[in-house]
Design a protein around this ligand. Sequence first.
Ligand code: NAD
Ligand code: ZN
Length: 440
Amino acid sequence: MERSVATARRRPTPRVAGPGSRARGPPRTSKTYHAGGWRRAASSLRGGLASALRAVSQEKGGSMTESEVSHQVDVDLGDRSYPIYIGENLLDRGDLLRKHIPGKQVLIVTNETIAPIYLERVTRVIREADPALQVESVVLPDGEQHKNTEVLMKVWDRAMELRFNRKATFVALGGGVIGDMTGFAASAFQRGVHFIQVPTTVMAMVDSSVGGKTGVNHPLGKNMIGAFYQPNCVLIDTLALRSLPNRETASGVSEIIKYGLIWDADLFKWLEENIDSLVDSGKPEFGEAIASAVERSCLIKAAVVAQDEREGGIRAFLNLGHTFGHAVETFSGYGTYLHGEAVGVGLAMAADLSARLGWITEDIRDRAIALVQRCDLPTRPPKDMTPDDFIQLMAVDKKNVDGSLRLVLLRGELGTCVVTSEFENAKLMDTLNEYCEALG
Ligand SMILES: NC(=O)c1ccc[n+]([C@@H]2O[C@H](COP(=O)([O-])OP(=O)(O)OC[C@H]3O[C@@H](n4cnc5c(N)ncnc54)[C@H](O)[C@@H]3O)[C@@H](O)[C@H]2O)c1
Ligand SMILES: [Zn+2]
């Protein structure tokens, strides 16, 4: 079996032999990366990421030992570095989890939808890996509307009742909501306990479980209360996506489209050819296609985070579509739009504005919007949302600096973007007027 270990400091490696097979994976030869967005992005990053992306992975010779996995991406953050393990049936790999549990106490945090499917299995494999561990769990209500401080308290209540100590490990078993909440709970419990991400949605696998952004929503703004807090490892079992509803899968794919748009033209083109296999888990090609897309996305996210952990610079690129999207989520009430659906609207609006500014061609705008639509994701905000609602809600966005609205916008060839507050406001108003049916 192919054994690859890619470090986010290095150029990603092909995982699936790609050429000629449409559903098998984004093109992954190093030539492709040189010719594509990686190179342009790297050259605009003045050194750091350029060297980070330079060479490829190490092919491990010989056969794998018991404790190895076939695909691993390392997030390089000095003494806070950690591996992302990617593969099938990794939920059975208690040994891998055990390696990242320093103390004796484990609290698995999950929700009432995921618990009946995966909680018993994960609890059992950790216990089997080390019978001396105390493995407990807490089951939260399911949904974005429960991503708040009140529900978060249930995690701390459970850990306090159990008298967990500072060496405890919290394991997030679920999607982005569980991951964000568990990470934040871990960051604050006794000023910081260990934390492991076991993502079970596409969204969490390609985005939220990697990079250490954790937190909860405030009624006035999405993800406004939180902390940067890195996990000890991320364990991705792509077979866990078999039980995920297709609507949720599509929501996560919107973030993969985002990576293509901001960073990786080859990924974007691959998505144009393979999107139908990615959004329907009933298709035979789904497994391999999604595994490739997950790994490619993790490489991009890990590379960006390794370069800019706390969003002082390029990490902001990852927010393409999110300023518009967060406004949609806050306006419509948490849970009405899935996060990735709101991002779909945001990607369309950001592409529209970029084209109005003359920063991208109409062709790129149309291709971006078409790809979002092919996932059955919305590209327009709720009917009753006005331009003024957008202006008000976007004003609280964390990306804003000194009172001026900062946006991530596409600029130049496919796969390149900028983060800026220097754009013509009239063009923004044109986009808002075009997209909002209610003029308020
Ligand atoms: N921290 C970050 O960097 C970051 C990045 C992107 C998104 N996010 C956050 O992530 C959240 C969205 O995450 P999400 O899209 O994963 O939503 P989610 O966590 O609500 O999960 C979606 C739904 O799928 C269910 N589910 C999860 N795994 C399943 C499985 N394998 N089988 C069946 N059902 C399953 C969940 O119970 C839920 O109902 C948002 O709150 C967003 O702000 C954070
Ligand atoms: Zn997002």
